[in-house]
Each structure stands twice: as structure tokens, then as C-alpha cells.
Design a protein around this ligand. Structure first.
Ligand code: WTA
Length: 628
């Protein structure tokens, strides 16, 4: 367990603190300058050179740890693979040579559109090894979304798979890719990993002569010796596209030395990692930043043993996750509040039928976690003995920013607690003045090693989006509250703040009040246009099994919220629904719900987890409106 001396060291000298953490990596050449800060552009470890794949693989093998397992991989159909550091190094080197053979050079961009199979981290690390930047596009995105990202990045090669498994069905990745590739002139070659071909129900895959190559055939002729490129600390490691307030996604840029320093540091200290003995499982998808930083780069830089799982928690049964924890003896589990609330909804029988005593630390990320879910996670999954670390960060921050350090931070259920050592975070009011106690906007007050270096091809949008609202500060887009003890409580995106008759009400606050009611499994709240009050609160509510979705129940919930927060927060309408529309990364699609509530067009719904949910919500919303 960590002691509090890290906070003290960083308080003395924050940039020196990060330099000390950077020494945990292997550098070909150490830096001349720790940080070069010309607001809003930062460079970290200037003049230093290193290779990310060397740090994630070779140095562990060289230290005699080649036989340590890097990944216990489990496919959705139940097939498994165990991959040691030595095997991973060989696979990465071979694939890196194969990429070179296709003409990929240092400085090029490579798009990756894959399921959660071991070839995905292999592809990323192979790019890092030869100095090409990857752009991973989540396998649940549409052909259009993929094509747009390929074109923005001008990627030379696309790496994909024939298909992936999801709830027993095949996601036709290659077919989607083919559709995307109709209008992506920069792509010269496509590499296709075999995952679903030949399986029952799997669609045939068409290979375009001269352009497309099977992964296995390509690597069969490639050697395992591929010396890593010496990369500059500030060379581009990857692009990851994320949605902004406009329709065009932003290509978030992450570079080499600073990024790896902070992901390795946070992975080690926030999760209190013991690489020799822990079995760590981050249940995210590598298509999102959580997977980049905490499935691939952080754990591998630290030489950890991880579980990697291809499928969904409910396939073939609702105890799938807990059987994985039992089978591999998982000690550290990192997941999202949505998953936790889903398990709450399913009831405690599933975790309780499995042996979870190997767990010793639990993490959460991605959305504000309500105290009820936090406590449920702590009790039902952690057996009351595992600290819960709530970690706040973003695609843009690259690594965890606000979180407890187990052992050094006293926890409060539902609070991400304090900025990590070396991180400057402050809640400010409308005018940009610091808030000692109370609510406001979350800002970051100084550069940090893993920070985004910009939006690909659009420096002005970078400055505008993140550095213009409050001069000299990075504005995260989140609301937060500081309590009397200085703890940070994340309140959700401020674009989700409602204004009800001139009063600010946080959607998250109303949601927490609803979820606090014993009958409620999950809730999403939106502010819909209202002629009288500006906005009105509309609550979409999923009830626990066996609860009646009737009018009286809706009244009881409205009264409950009014009692918890105040009459101003009483929802105008409660809409019961069997499920809430979520992005593939598990975020509730509030904008869509607002559109549903306001009866507007839905526009592009490609990031929906399940289209049937939208229909259901639309229908129910319509029926509910008729009732009013
Ligand atoms: C939200 C995911 C509350 C927040 C790593 C942020 C959180 C956005 C937390 C970034 C948390 C992330 N508590 N809210 N612990 N972690 N968020 O880019 O609104 O997919 O701005 O990165 O998720 O989402 P992103």
C-alpha cells in the first residue's frame, strides 16, 4: 500500500516528481528539459528518446521474466489463450516486420478496427515498435465512422479481422471495413486476422486481390527480430477519436515519453500493483482510451499479468464475469458504474454463486458513481474488504488524474477524492475564481505528462475547446463539487446541467436521488425544453425486477426526488423503460434521450448499443406524452 509521501514529494516539486516517475522507464537517451510549457502546448521530457514497445516487452524479457503471463485471454465462445511476455515480444516483432513489408514507415498512421482478440494489442505494439502511430476505431462503430476516421488520419494501412463475437453472433468487421474503404484513398493495404471464418453463421469474407492480406499468411514469412525504433519523447504514439459538441469527432493526439510515464505511474500506484502476484482485469474495450491506457500500455509497461475478455457480461449466462474472476484468480478489477448498476439490477445471486475471494482492489471509471452503486460494489463484489478506487480522467488526459491512492487516501463512497500527486486540479466558478467549498467547473491548472498534445490537424479547435473558457486553465467540461474536507465529487458533464426556472440542477444529482430509491435499478435524466420553466426534468427510469411500472410508482419517485434534493428537482415526467440507450462504451446517451423527450429527430445513432432500445424508448415516451 502507498504512503502519503508521494503527495509531499509532488507538492515540493511537481515537475521533478514526474521526472522521477519517468526514470521507471528505460530511455535510450534521457531528456534535457522536463517540461516545455507554452500554453496551451506542452512538451515533456524534451530531448529524451525511448521506444514504447521496448518498455512494454523487451525489458521484461531481458530481466528474465519472459515466462510471466502477459495476457490470460478468453474469447466469448469460451476458447482461451495464454500469452507470455516472451511470446508477445515474438508476435509483435513478427507483425512489425510484416507491417514494414507492406511499406509502413516511421511517422505513418495505421488504422485498427478489431475485436478484443490478442492480435489487437499485438498490432498496436507493432506500430509503436516501428514508429507508426495507430488509430484504433472501436469495433462497434459503423463503416461511416471508420471511413471518416481513416480519412482524417490519412492512414496507410487498415488492420481488421473477418469478424468478432458479440452475444453469440458475428459482428461482420471485414464487411464493414470494405464499405468504409470505398472512399478512403489513403489506404494501400488491409490486413485481416482470422477470428470467425468457418464458424457457423459467419459470413464469407471477400479479399481484394493486391490490397488485402490474411494476418496468419503475412506473419508466416516474417522474422522475429525487429529492433525497436528510437523514438523522440514527443513523437506521436497514437490518435484516438472522441466525440465533441460538434458532429465531427476530434482526433486526440498522444505522444510517447510523457504518456507512458503517467500511465505506468498511475497503473502502478492507483491499483497498488504487485506485478509478480497480481492478476489484473480491466473489463473495458481497447477501442476506448481506458483500454489503451489500462489494458495495453500501463499494465505492459509495468510487466503485469492481465485478463483480456472478448465478449459481454451476460453471455452465455449472467455469471460470465464472475466465473472469469474465479477461474483466473483476479485480484484487481477495473470497470464502469454502468456495469456495476447492471449487476445490481440482475441481483446478487450471480456474484454470490462464484468464489470472488481473490479480489483485493476494485476500480471504477467513466461516469460519476452514485454512493449506492459504490457501496454495492464494495459489499457484493469486494466482500467489504477491497478498497474501491473511483478514477476520474478523460481521453484527453490520457491517464488517471483524480483518484484515491489505496492506503494513503481515506475513501468516501461516490467521491473520486483528490487530484493525484503532480496533478493540479481546481473547481472554479463562472468567473474562473477558485471554489473552496461548493460546486463549479472542473479545471486543470498545470500541464501533465499524458495530456493530449492537440487535436490532429486542428490546433485552433484544441485551443478553443479546452483552453479558452478559463484563461490559463484546461477546462474538462465536467462539473464538480468540493466538500468541506476538500474531496472532489464529479457531477457529470456541464453540458448536461439543466436550468429549471433559473435554477441549476445537475442531471447526475437527480439521477443519484432516483437510484437511491430502493425500487430503481438505473435512471437517466435530461432537461427538455419547456415553455414555462425553460427546461423541465424528464426522468427515464429502469426498475428492478418485480417492480410495477405504473402511475403511482412514478408519483412516488417524483416525491422521492423532491424530498432528497428539493421541489425544484422534482421530475416533471417519469418514463419507465426496460433499458437505457447507451454508447458501446456504456455511457447513457442523454442527448438522444433529450431528443426523444422533445420529440425531435434522432440523427446519427450509430453509437447505440442496441437499436431496439431506442424504439422502445420512443414508443414509451410517445405513450407517456399521450397520457399527460
Ligand atoms: C466522465 C473515459 C465521474 C467525465 C476515461 C469525463 C467520470 C468523461 C469519471 C471522459 C469518474 C470519467 N467520475 N465522471 N470517475 N471518469 N468520467 O473520454 O464526464 O470516454 O469528462 O474517458 O467521462 O470520458 P472518456
Amino acid at each position: 500500500m502507498t504512503d502519503t509521501s508521494l503527495y509531499d514529494a509532488a507538492a515540493q516539486d511537481w515537475s521533478g516528481f514526474w521526472a522521477k516517475q519517468a526514470l521507471a522507464l528505460d530511455w535510450y537517451r534521457e531528456w534535457d528539459t522536463i517540461v516545455d510549457w507554452e500554453l496551451p502546448f506542452a512538451k515533456w521530457f524534451v530531448g529524451g528518446s525511448l521506444n514504447v514497445s521496448y518498455n512494454c516487452l523487451d525489458r521484461h524479457v531481458d530481466a528474465g521474466r519472459g515466462e510471466q503471463v502477459a495476457f490470460h485471454w478468453e474469447g466469448e465462445p469460451g476458447d482461451t489463450r495464454t500469452i507470455t511476455y516472451a511470446q508477445l515480444l515474438a508476435d509483435v516483432s513478427r507483425f512489425a516486420n510484416a507491417l514494414k513489408g507492406l511499406g509502413v514507415r516511421r511517422g505513418d498512421r495505421v488504422a485498427i478496427y478489431m475485436p478484443m482478440i490478442p492480435e489487437l494489442p499485438v498490432a498496436m505494439l507493432a506500430c509503436a515498435r516501428i514508429g507508426a502511430a495507430h488509430s484504433v476505431v472501436f469495433g462497434g462503430f459503423s463503416a461511416d465512422a471508420l471511413g471518416g476516421r481513416i480519412n482524417d488520419a490519412q492512414a496507410k494501412v487498415l488492420i481488421t479481422a473477418d469478424g468478432g463475437w458479440r452475444r453469440g453472433a458475428v459482428v461482420p468487421l471485414k464487411a464493414n471495413a470494405d464499405a468504409a474503404l470505398e472512399d478512403t484513398p489513403s489506404i494501400e493495404h488491409v490486413v485481416v486476422a482470422r477470428r470467425t471464418s468457418g464458424a457457423q453463421g459467419a459470413p464469407d469474407v471477400e479479399m481484394v486481390e493486391g490490397r488485402d492480406r490474411w494476418w496468419d499468411e503475412l506473419v508466416a514469412g516474417a522474422g522475429t527480430d525487429c529492433p525497436p525504433e528510437r523514438m523522440d519523447s514527443e513523437d506521436l504514439l497514437y490518435l484516438l477519436y472522441t466525440s465533441g459538441t460538434t458532429a465531427k469527432p476530434k482526433g486526440i493526439m498522444h505522444t510517447t515519453g510523457g504518456y507512458l510515464t503517467q500511465v505506468a505511474f498511475t497503473h502502478r500506484y492507483v491499483f497498488d500493483l504487485h506485478p509478480e502476484t497480481d492478476v489484473y482485469w480491466c473489463a473495458a474495450d481497447i477501442g476506448w482510451v481506458t483500454g489503451h491506457s489500462y489494458i495495453v500500455y500501463g499494465p505492459l509497461a509495468n510487466g503485469a499479468t492481465s485478463v483480456m475478455y472478448e465478449g459481454t457480461p451476460d453471455h452465455p449466462g449472467k455469471d460470465r464475469w464472475w466465473s472469469i474472476v474465479e477461474r483466473y484468480g483476479v485480484t484487481i478489477l477495473y470497470t464502469a458504474p454502468t456495469a456495476i448498476r447492471t449487476f445490481m439490477k440482475w441481483g446478487s445471486t450471480y456474484p454470490e454463486s462464484k468464489e470472488l475471494s481473490s479480489l483485493r482492489l476494485l476500480g471504477t471509471v467513466g461516469e460519476p458513481i452514485n454512493p449506492e452503486a459504490w457501496v454495492w460494489y464494495w459489499q457484493h463484489i469486494g466482500g467489504g474488504r477491497c478498497p474501491v478506487v473511483d478514477t476520474w480522467w478523460q481521453t484527453e488526459t490520457g491517464a488517471i488524474m483524480i483518484s484515491p491512492l489505496p492506503g494513503a487516501t481515506v475513501l468516501k463512497p461516490g467521491s473520486a477524492t483528490f487530484p493525484l500527486p503532480g496533478i493540479g486540479a481546481e473547481v472554479v466558478d463562472d468567473r474562473g475564481d477558485g471554489v473552496k467549498e461548493g460546486g463549479g467547473y472542473l479545471t486543470l491548472t498545470r500541464p501533465w505528462p499524458a495530456m493530449l498534445r492537440g487535436i490532429y490537424g486542428d490546433p485552433e479547435r484544441y485551443r478553443q475547446t479546452y483552453w479558452s473558457r478559463f484563461p490559463g486553465r484546461y477546462f474538462a467540461g465536467d462539473g464538480a463539487r468540493v466538500d468541506e474536507d476538500g474531496y472532489f465529487w464529479l457531477m457529470g458533464r456541464v453540458d448536461d446541467v439543466m436550468n429549471i426556472a433559473g435554477h441549476r440542477v445537475s442531471t447526475t444529482e437527480v439521477e443519484s436521488a432516483l437510484v437511491d430509491h430502493p425500487s430503481v435499478a438505473e435512471a437517466a435524466v435530461v432537461g427538455a425544453k419547456d415553455e414555462t420553466t425553460g427546461q423541465a426534468i424528464i426522468a427515464f427510469v429502469t426498475l428492478k425486477a418485480g417492480q410495477e411500472a405504473d402511475r403511482a410508482h412514478g408519483e412516488a419517485l417524483r416525491a422521492h426526488v423532491a424530498a432528497k434534493i428539493g421541489p425544484i428537482a422534482r421530475p416533471k415526467t417519469v418514463i419507465f423503460t426496460d433499458d437505457l440507450p447507451k454508447t458501446r462504451s456504456g455511457k447513457i446517451m442523454r442527448r438522444l434521450l433529450r431528443d426523444v423527450a422533445e420529440g425531435r429527430d434522432l440523427g446519427d445513432t450509430t453509437t447505440l448499443a442496441d437499436a431496439a432500445v431506442v424504439d422502445e424508448i420512443r414508443r414509451r415516451a410517445g405513450a407517456s406524452a399521450d397520457e399527460e
